[in-house]
Design a protein around this ligand. Structure first.
Ligand code: HAS
Ligand code: HEM
Length: 546
């Protein structure tokens, strides 16, 4: 990675892990509060902490880490960024960071206690929304620099297949840009004027719909960089080759096409949207499972082919040839394993009748602590163990590698207890987003404190183990960023299996894919949105219970 590009990636890494630390503190605190183990001091309320936790981990940590990774990978595979694009990248970083700081301050001041989903009728201070706007604009500028670098390379190398890393980066950034149009619309056209007092009431259904138009592709914006590591980096680390370049590209194109017109699966229980449109979006939701199944197939195939190339002969003996003691492999592997039950949980959520059972319960919180909180997070940790040394010119020492293995195991164990208990409590009817004080005198709710596993106490013990794992991760990051011995570390980029068939150029036809994505969005959203606007109820006044 070019040293100047490495600086920008490291700037992202510093902010990412600072957010991670504060977010993890908020996580353990609210876990302990929910079980009634602690009271929050100094007038801090549960929902304020919950908002900080959700925003800092799910939006700030992820976004910064993703840009660190994409920026470094683009510099490695397409060459150093031309000066003007690097400058644009820095401008994006600065705008993004200004927005992040502003929003975080408003949350800490209890002026932005609107949860990480921030749709109406909960209302924040206008500066909270201004911060969000800067956040989104910052990502557009930073993402624009990545796109420009890619298309510049394409222009300079006509007829050549673009490197897989660049291709996947473009799919991820395009997905993000198209998705954030929804959130920009609700913030600029609804929430900001409403919080400034320009409009008195707000169309809640529209605001939630525009949020979820963004909110679901958001989860794939987190997932795709993890998949990039699985497709591109893991084959190299295990000493093998990627099973198929075309299949990998196809999976990313399918995500671009299918991950946006599916937001209604977060609104299946919501009145005001006709069942027909919910049905259409549910069908598309099941379609967007396909690229994940392609990924599972592809990664399995890569493992098996690599093991066999190393001499394994029995049905499963290739398993033994995988580098189990290397945290760069082990952490993402645990992430993959977790994604099997996590994905199954997603399919349950998407099934209408079952959604009626789990919606707004702790089950859903259990689902996303497995998906983003483990699959994505452990993959990002796995990336950190080699990316930070690459960027700082240091090496991953055996002791940090060992600690990394322990860190990964602790995370998995903590999550088993926390997320496992959340899933079961959810099935028993325990709602999400609920402070202990709300249910402490309720006889049914007190059952959530009984039992061995399905227990709020189990949940918080898992949370404490996770918190210890989080601190260990911070320790490892400090080691790799500042203290490990200086040495050149390799950026692992896997090659494609030699017998894989040639990649069809059609896969690189971005105009076609973006046009198809837009067409699908128009089909899925035009009529229901018009309906929401034309038949809008009087709207809701602000709701600021804290
Ligand atoms: Fe989800 C709610 C449906 C995936 C995140 N989801 C959420 C929320 C978040 C979230 C944050 O339909 C809550 C939002 C809120 O605050 O309200 N989700 C799905 C479906 C999928 C899915 C169908 N979700 C994700 C991912 C996330 C994420 C990924 C973050 C990164 N989700 C829902 C629905 C709701 C929902 C409803 C609304 C619930 C409600 O009512 O509120 C699918 O994409 C999942 C497909 C995945 C698979 C797994 C493939 C397995 C692989 C691993 C291979 C393993 C290997 C290792 C190679 C089918 C790729 C092999 C080794 C061995 C030893 C075997
Ligand atoms: C919510 C604990 C890590 C994302 C929660 C809740 C708890 C919790 C107890 C609140 C449940 C509720 O009242 O509904 C923890 C602990 C963690 C951790 C102890 C580890 C130290 C993470 C990570 C992520 C994450 C790594 C994402 C990258 C979220 C989100 C919410 C949440 C998005 C929902 C916020 C909302 O409902 O507005 N977490 N969590 N958490 N967590 Fe975590």
């Amino acid at each position: 990675v070019n040293p100047s590009d490495a600086k920008l990636s490291m700037a992202y890494i510093y902010v990412a892990f600072t957010a991670f630390l504060i977010g993890a503190i908020a996580g353990v605190v609210q876990g302990l509060q929910r079980a009634g183990f602690i009271d929050l001091p100094a007038g801090i309320n549960y929902y304020q902490v919950l908002t900080a936790h959700g925003l800092l981990l799910a939006l700030v940590f992820t976004t910064y880490f993703i840009f660190a990774f994409l920026n470094a990978g683009m510099s490695k595979t397409l060459g150093a960024f031309p000066d003007k694009y690097r400058k644009t990248g820095w401008i994006g970083f600065l705008v993004l960071t200004l927005g992040t700081v502003l929003t975080t301050i408003m949350v800490l001041l209890n002026e932005g206690t609107v949860l990480y989903t921030f749709y109406a009728p909960l209302q924040a201070h206008p500066l909270f929304y201004l911060g969000l706007t800067l956040f989104v604009v910052g990502t557009w500028v930073a993402g624009g620099a990545l796109l420009a670098h890619y298309f510049n390379w394409k222009r300079e190398n006509p007829g050549q297949l673009t490197p897989l890393f660049g291709f996947m980066t473009v799919a991820t950034i395009l997905l993000w840009i198209v998705a954030t149009i929804g959130v920009a619309a609700t913030v600029l056209l609804q929430l900001l004027p409403w919080s400034l007092g320009i409009s008195e009431r707000v169309n809640v259904l529209l605001s939630r719909t525009l949020f979820w138009y963004f909110g679901h592709p958001l989860v794939y914006f987190w997932l795709l960089p993890a998949y990039m590591a699985w497709y591109i980096v893991i084959p190299k680390i295990i000493g093998g080759r990627l099973f198929s370049d075309s299949l990998a590209r196809l999976a990313f194109i399918l995500f671009l096409l299918l991950s946006i017109p599916v937001g209604f699966h977060h609104q299946l229980m919501e009145a005001g949207i006709s069942p027909f449109w919910k049905y259409i979006q549910t069908v598309l939701t099941f379609a967007v499972v396909v690229p994940s199944l392609l990924t599972a197939f592809s990664i399995f195939a890569t493992f098996e082919i690599t093991g066999r190339a190393k001499g394994a002969t029995g049905l499963f003996s290739w398993w033994k040839k995988l580098p189990w003691n290397d945290v760069r492999f082990f952490a993402p592997f645990i992430a993959m394993l977790t994604f099997i039950p996590a994905g199954a949980g997603g399919i349950i959520n998407a099934s209408h009748q079952m959604n009626a059972v789990v919606h707004n319960t702790l089950w859903v919180v259990g689902h996303f602590h497995l998906t983003v909180g483990t699959t994505v997070l452990l993959t990002f940790f796995g990336i950190s163990y080699w990316l930070i040394p690459v960027l700082t010119g240091r090496r991953l020492t055996p002791s940090v590698n060992r600690l990394g293995m322990i860190q990964t195991i602790l995370w998995a164990v903590g999550m088993f207890f926390m997320s496992g208990a959340m899933h079961l409590l959810g099935l028993l009817g325990a709602p999400r987003r609920t402070a202990f004080t709300t249910y402490q005198d309720h006889p049914t709710a007190l059952q959530w404190l009984e039992g061995m596993f399905a227990n709020q106490a189990t949940m918080s013990i898992g949370g404490v183990i996770l918190f210890i794992a989080a601190l260990l991760m911070i320790y490892n990051v400090i080691q790799l960023a500042f203290l490990a011995p200086k040495e050149q570390t390799e950026f692992p980029i896997g090659e494609v299996s030699s017998d894989a068939s040639k990649t069809p150029p059609l896969l690189e036809n971005w105009k076609l894919w973006v046009a198809l994505a837009v067409a699908l969005i128009l089909v899925a959203y035009t009529v229901p949105l018009m309906d929401m606007i034309q038949n809008a109820p009087p709207g809701s006044p602000p709701f600021r219970p804290w």
